[in-house]
Design a protein around this ligand. Structure first.
Ligand SMILES: [Zn+2]
Ligand SMILES: [Zn+2]
Length: 373
């Protein structure tokens, strides 16, 4: 059994008899407060999702009526409705763009909006560092060109539904001990559209849409991360019988990199140097994203010592600066020595008296292992 979500009126903080305007106002206030762009608290993102789901239903007159009558049962079996199409929409859908879309009031018998679609897109760290344009191909429902989306065969028009006389709704009157109740439901004959198609278009069988491959170039800003979603407005499925299109959501995944690990805007890598270079110091060549960089290490560099290349991390997605690159030094000890080399090392060891410098600190290996310093 899925968990029954909280009451949508309660989530939006309005009375059950609130007007559409009151609901809209309350939604806007809450969304401004909890939008992930504004409120970094992870609980806010959850809250925002909840608010969005509630508004998705209550902000739509037809869905609200269904919800009032049947509760969430009216939407079960259709995940797209219960889970809001926006979710915790990150961070490119501009807040007001979001509102413009979500608050459009709709005639209840107007053709339904098409479905939102999801496309999963994999990126390399190099692409994340630079930003990239990607051409993607995906199937979606497009308006049928033969009938211009009406669903009716050329030369004919959809007819007014005789059952509901074009209103798309039917009223039921129920007599009970407590009095007479009227309830309104979408008309079954015309599925709430108010129109029936006597002569369906042969190209789309009356649905007004046909399935097609769509090619589209999406530009991905630098600095995105796994879980970022981009909304491409109006690129989802076309609505039935000329209804507005849904949106396309591009979900981004950043592939693991062979050399670098990522931590927010920072990246890190390990670089091996010989015990002699570590001892003497000098300049080494280290990989950076998309190239190499010279790095000066000091004499006496220790295994695990970290050098920072400022500004060589990833750009912040809104263009506010860049992260750094951390270079962790790995010291390599030679495993094979020629007779001469062995002699030289023995001499060197003798000159040190073969003593290890006193060097014990609690924060060494264990600090790193446990992430404490
Ligand atoms: Zn058609
Ligand atoms: Zn009807």
């Amino acid at each position: 059994m899925p968990v029954e979500p909280r009451d949508f009126y309660e989530i939006l903080g309005v009375q059950r008899n609130a007007s559409a305007d009151e609901i809209k106002r309350s939604y806007r206030n809450l969304a401004r407060k909890y939008h992930p762009d504004v409120n970094p608290d992870p609980e806010a993102a959850e809250k925002f999702k909840e608010i969005q789901s509630a508004y998705d239903i209550l902000g739509d007159q037809q869905k609200r009526e269904r919800y009032d009558q049947y509760g969430m049962a009216a939407f079960s079996g259709s995940g797209a409705e219960a889970g809001s199409p926006f979710g915790a929409g990150f961070p490119f859908s501009d807040l007001f763009d979001l509102f413009g879309q979500a608050t459009s009031t709709r005639n209840p018998s107007a053709p339904a909006r098409g479905d939102d679609l999801r496309y999963d897109l994999e990126l390399t760290l190099e692409e994340v560092a630079e930003g990239v344009s990607k051409t993607i191909t995906y199937p979606h429902m497009e308006k049928c060109e033969v009938c211009s989306g009406s669903g009716a065969r050329a030369g004919t028009d959809p007819e007014t539904c005789p059952q509901c006389r074009g209103t798309g709704q039917v009223r039921f009157t129920q007599n009970t001990l407590l009095g007479t109740f009227q309830s309104v439901q979408p008309c079954g004959r015309c599925r709430g559209t108010g129109k029936i198609i006597a002569n369906p278009c042969q190209s789309c069988n009356g649905g007004g849409r046909v399935r097609k491959q769509r090619e589209r170039t999406v530009s991905i800003p630098a600095g995105v991360e796994t879980g970022t979603r981009l909304r491409v407005s109006g690129e989802g499925d076309a609505g039935e019988r000329g209804g507005p299109s849904g949106d396309l959501y591009v979900f981004l995944y950043v592939k693991d990199h062979d050399t670098f690990v990522r931590e927010g805007l920072d990246i890190g890598c390990e670089v091996a140097v010989s015990i002699f270079r570590a001892t003497l110091g000098g300049t080494i060549t280290v990989p950076i994203i998309g190239g190499t960089e010279e790095l000066k290490i000091e004499p006496g560099t220790q295994p695990g010592q970290i050098y920072t290349l400022k500004g060589k991390g990833l750009p912040e997605v809104h263009g506010r600066g860049r992260g750094n690159q951390q270079v962790v030094i790995k010291v390599q000890v030679p495993t094979k020595l020629s007779a001469e080399q062995r002699q030289a090392v023995e001499q060197l060891a003798a000159s040190f008296g073969d003593k290890v410098e006193e060097h014990s600190e609690k924060t060494g290996i264990f600090g790193r292992v446990f992430g404490k310093h």
